[in-house]
Design a protein. Structure first.
Length: 455
């Protein structure tokens, strides 16, 4: 990164205040909404029934939202970016940062096969044979429009989630343990975390001290600088990384969570009594071919099992952690780790797919509510979840493009089963919620009467 260590430490002491919020000029002029098909019943914390709403950019009815909410789209797959490259596909995790230009979004692309979309030899290209990475988009919150966009990291694999840092960067995570050309002179290991600035391009340096495993998301406690990491595997741990120097992820200690009195969280239910967490070290953080994985190492020391650890986010003084298929119904769990007391509990466990179907990415609104992205089967929703455990549907994926794509260079078909991902609010005032649909690859900016409900 270009920021000096001294600057980074000063930024960290100021916590997550990346820049002062700008006021939103006002909501979009509403389109007339027509009656919608029945949606899952909202709780008292919700915003009411969902209705089809037209995209301000294309005129297509792509989402169902509560009354009063509007949205625009940008950054579709194959859209030509400001740097002349085509927007990569497979949009996933994302973070938002306030800058002098507006809101900077750093967006993941969960791609595997290459070639990289930036050339070999570019400082932002890690492996020319791999097609994942990140793009950065600048959004004007007053005009409600994209300003510019560019590729910011390339040559990685399956950039699924990640997390923002208090000093204004994005930690993007590879959800893989792939090794290309194992044991050969040109061996390339994947399965790392990379740091991407809010603007400009990354240096493509893998942060090996943070471990090589099937990474999913990270969340940072701003009081300590400790990074909590999830692992997307049927048998996975919750890890924490304590940097040697606050804000410098290149060196530090990686550990896994052990819970008092239990080694498995898969059967936990809503309100599960909090368990005290302690931490055991990962001996080999960068295992090579034939060596024990990080999970194999820490499970031998009693690490607690989480089934497919997915989203993670810091907010309301806790670290939220998602299991996408845990719980008695195998429909997902949302945990809360209190970093001050080191206690771990279940905030919400899905009682069935009709309430919550395979949660994935998660974020916390400036007002304290949680946005939960579904990655299940059938219709896909963004859900709201209050800290009291009330859940409600907020946005339904209605992207059926069989009748036309409004000139977009994508296949005209039904995408209503595509997962939601990358939900994140505009920092500070929170007037805009940004989110992605992975396929066909669309970024949404949603605005409306947030204070009238649980988000």
């Amino acid at each position: 990164m270009t920021t000096s260590e001294i600057d980074r430490r000063a930024l960290f002491r100021r916590s997550a205040a990346v820049a002062a919020g700008l006021a939103l000029a006002g909501p979009f002029e509403a389109y007339a909404a027509r009656a919608a098909a029945a949606a899952p019943k909202a709780s008292g914390a919700g915003y009411g029934p969902l209705f089809p709403v037209r995209d301000q950019a294309t005129g297509l009815e792509l989402l169902k939202l509560p009354r009063g909410f509007q949205y625009t789209t940008f950054g579709w797959t194959n859209d030509v970016m400001t740097d002349g490259l085509a927007t990569p596909s497979s949009h996933d995790g994302m973070a938002a940062f306030r800058t002098a230009d507006g809101v900077n979004l750093v967006r993941n692309h969960e791609r595997t096969g290459g070639p990289a979309y930036l050339p070999a030899g570019d400082d932002a290209t890690y492996d020319p044979a791999s097609g994942g990475g990140t793009t950065t988009l600048v959004f004007d919150p007053d005009k409600g429009a994209l300003v510019r966009d560019h590729a910011s990291l390339a040559g990685t694999i399956r950039n699924c989630a990640g997390g923002p840092t208090p000093w204004g960067t994005w930690l993007t995570c590879e959800e893989t343990t792939t090794i290309l050309n194992p044991g050969m002179a040109n061996e390339v290991r994947h399965g790392y975390v990379f740091e991407v600035p809010a603007d400009g391009k990354a240096t493509a340096e893998p942060l090996k001290a943070m471990g090589r495993f099937s990474h999913e998301a990270v969340a940072i406690d701003p009081a300590t600088g400790i990074v909590y990491l999830t692992e997307d595997s049927g048998s996975s741990a919750l890890y924490r990384f304590t940097p040697t120097t606050t804000g410098d992820m290149r060196t530090g200690t990686l550990e896994a969570m052990v819970l008092e009195g239990t080694a498995d969280t898969r059967e936990w239910v809503t309100g599960q009594q909090a368990k005290v967490a302690r931490w055991v070290p990962v001996t080999n953080v960068d295992p090579g071919p034939g060596q024990p994985s990080t999970w194999t190492q820490v499970s031998a020391s009693g690490a607690a099992r989480i089934s497919r650890g997915e989203g993670a986010w810091y907010g309301n003084d806790v670290i939220y952690v998602v299991s996408t298929n845990g719980g008695p119904k195998r429909q997902g769990q949302i945990f809360a780790l209190n970093p001050a007391t080191q206690t771990f509990s279940a905030l919400y466990v899905s009682p069935g797919a009709e309430q919550l179907n395979a949660p994935d990415n998660i974020c916390v609104s400036p007002r304290g509510g949680l946005v939960v992205c579904e990655d299940g089967s059938g219709l896909e929703y963004l859900h709201g979840l209050t800290t009291a455990g009330e859940i409600f549907p907020f946005a339904e994926n209605a992207v059926d493009l069989t009748s036309g794509t409004a000139g977009k260079n994508i296949e005209p078909r039904d995408y209503t089963g595509s997962e939601w991902c990358g939900a994140v609010f505009e920092p500070k005032n929170g007037n805009w919620l940004f989110a992605n649909l992975q396929s066909p690859g669309i970024t949404f900016a949603i605005t409306g009467p947030w204070k009238k409900g649980g988000l």
